[in-house]
Design a protein around this ligand. Structure first.
Ligand code: KG4
Ligand code: ZN
Length: 370
C-alpha cells in the first residue's frame, strides 16, 4: 500500500491581486501533469499565473532503498493521480470543461512512471475534448520561473541542476528553441549530493540533508573541482563531472574511519557543497560571458540549495548579471512547471501533440514538445 504525502504549494488565496485580475485575458488555462520520477504533480495555471500546485510524493517508500525504485514509483503514481487531479481542480476552483488544454511530461524520466502520467493526460484530453501537449520535463524546470517573475527575457542562460541532469542551456525561446551548451559527463549534481549523503550516513534524498548539515568550514578540505583545469576547459568548457568529487569525499571519509577518527560531518558536507557550487557558479558565469547574455536562470531540484543560491547571487551581482531564482518549492518536480510551459506553447500557437505519442525516457532538452 503506497504512502503518499500531499503538499499544496501556493494557492490563489496567497495572492490578493488574484480576485481582481481578469483571468480571461491572461493566457490559456492549462492543467499540467508530472510523473517522471517519484512526485505525482498536478498544476493548474492561467498563462503565468499559478492557480493550483498539488504534489503527492512517494519519497517515503524509497527511503529504505536509498534511491527511487521505479516499479514502486509507478504504482504510487497510479494511486495518487486521480486524487491529485481532484485536489488541483478544487484548489483552482476549476471545472475541467473550462480548460483550454492538458499538458503532460512526456520525458525524460522513468519509463513506467512517465506512462502513468501520459495515460492520465490522454484520458483527460479525450474525455474533455481538449488538446494534449507532451512536454519536456527539463524545459519545464526552466519555464517554471515564469510563474514567479513573468516572461523569460530572451536569450537567457539556464543552469539546470536536478537529480538526473546537470546542464547549461541557452534559451532563445522557451516554447521552441533551447540549445545545450554543455552537460555532465558522469553524475548529475543531485546524484552526487545523494551519493555523498549516503557516505555521510544522511538520509535519501541527500540534497536537502547536506544543505542543512553543511554548517561547518567550506575550506576544511579542498575537494577537486571537476573539468575546471585550463587543459579541461579547452574541450569541456561548459561540461561538468562530479564523479571524481564523489569518490574523493568517499576516500577521505573512509580514511578517517579507518584511522579511528570521528568524521566531522558539518565540515565535510560544507567542503563538498562548496566544490559543487563553485564549479556550477563559475561555469554559469562563463556561459553568460560566452553567449553575451546578461540573464541567468536556475532550475531543477538542486536549485533549491541555499549555498548555490547565495553564491550565484553574489557572483551574478559582481558580473552585472540579472539572476532569476524560483522559490525552492517550484525548483523540485511539480505539475505547475508542466502547466506553465504548456500554456506558453499554446499561447505561441504551436500544434498540439498527437494522441498516440509515447513516453521518451531520454528525451533531449532541445525537443520541447513532442
Ligand atoms: O528536479 P528534481 O526534483 O528531480 C529530478 O528531475 O531529478 O531533483 C531532485 C534532486 C535530488 O538529487 C535532491 O537531492 C536534489 O534535487 N535536491 C537538493 C536540494 N533539494 C533537492 N540538492 C541540494 N540542495 C537542496 N536543498
Ligand atoms: Zn526534475
Amino acid at each position: 500500500m503506497a504512502v503518499v504525502t500531499m503538499t499544496p504549494i501556493g494557492s490563489p488565496a496567497d495572492d490578493p491581486a488574484h480576485a481582481a485580475e481578469s483571468l480571461e485575458s491572461a493566457g490559456p488555462l492549462v492543467l499540467g501533469i508530472e510523473s517522471s520520477c517519484d512526485e505525482t504533480g498536478v498544476g493548474v495555471v492561467r498563462g503565468n499565473k499559478l492557480l493550483a500546485n498539488e504534489v503527492a510524493s512517494s519519497m517515503e517508500l524509497h527511503v529504505r532503498y536509498g534511491g527511487v525504485v521505479p516499479e514502486v514509483a509507478s504504482r504510487a503514481h497510479l494511486e495518487a493521480m486521480v486524487p491529485a487531479i481532484e485536489r488541483a481542480c478544487a484548489a483552482a476552483d476549476l471545472d475541467l470543461s473550462q480548460l483550454d488544454g492538458v499538458a503532460v511530461t512526456a520525458g525524460p524520466g522513468l519509463m513506467g512512471a512517465l506512462v502513468v502520467g501520459l495515460a492520465s493526460a490522454k484520458a483527460l484530453a479525450v474525455a474533455c475534448h481538449k488538446p494534449l501537449y507532451g512536454i519536456n520535463h527539463l524545459a519545464g524546470h526552466v519555464a517554471v520561473d515564469q510563474l514567479e517573475h513573468g516572461p523569460l527575457p530572451t536569450p537567457s542562460v539556464a543552469l539546470l541542476v536536478s537529480g538526473g541532469h546537470t546542464s547549461l542551456l541557452l534559451v532563445d525561446d522557451i516554447t521552441a528553441k533551447i540549445t545545450e551548451l554543455g552537460g555532465t559527463q558522469d553524475d548529475a549534481a543531485g546524484e552526487a549530493y545523494d551519493k555523498v549523503a549516503r557516505v555521510l550516513g544522511l538520509a535519501y534524498p541527500g540534497g536537502p540533508h547536506i544543505d542543512r548539515a553543511a554548517t561547518g568550514d567550506p575550506r576544511f578540505i579542498s575537494f577537486p573541482r571537476g573539468l575546471s583545469a585550463a587543459k579541461d576547459l579547452v574541450r569541456h568548457r561548459f561540461d561538468f563531472s562530479f564523479s571524481g568529487l564523489k569518490t574523493a569525499v568517499a576516500r577521505w571519509v573512509e580514511r578517517r574511519r579507518r584511522d579511528g577518527e570521528e568524521v566531522p560531518v558539518a565540515d565535510v558536507a560544507a567542503s563538498f557543497q562548496e566544490a559543487v557550487c563553485d564549479v556550477l557558479t563559475a561555469k554559469a558565469m562563463d556561459a553568460c560571458a560566452y553567449t553575451g547574455t546578461e540573464n541567468l536562470l536556475i532550475g531543477g531540484g538542486v536549485a533549491a540549495n541555499s549555498r548555490l543560491r547565495a553564491l550565484l547571487s553574489e557572483r551574478a551581482a559582481e558580473h552585472g548579471i540579472a539572476l532569476r531564482t524560483p522559490r525552492p518549492a517550484l525548483c523540485t518536480d511539480n505539475g505547475a512547471m508542466i502547466a506553465v510551459l504548456g500554456s506558453a506553447i499554446m499561447a505561441a500557437g504551436r500544434e498540439p501533440s498527437n494522441l498516440d505519442i509515447g513516453a521518451d525516457s531520454s528525451l533531449p532538452v532541445s525537443r520541447i514538445l513532442i
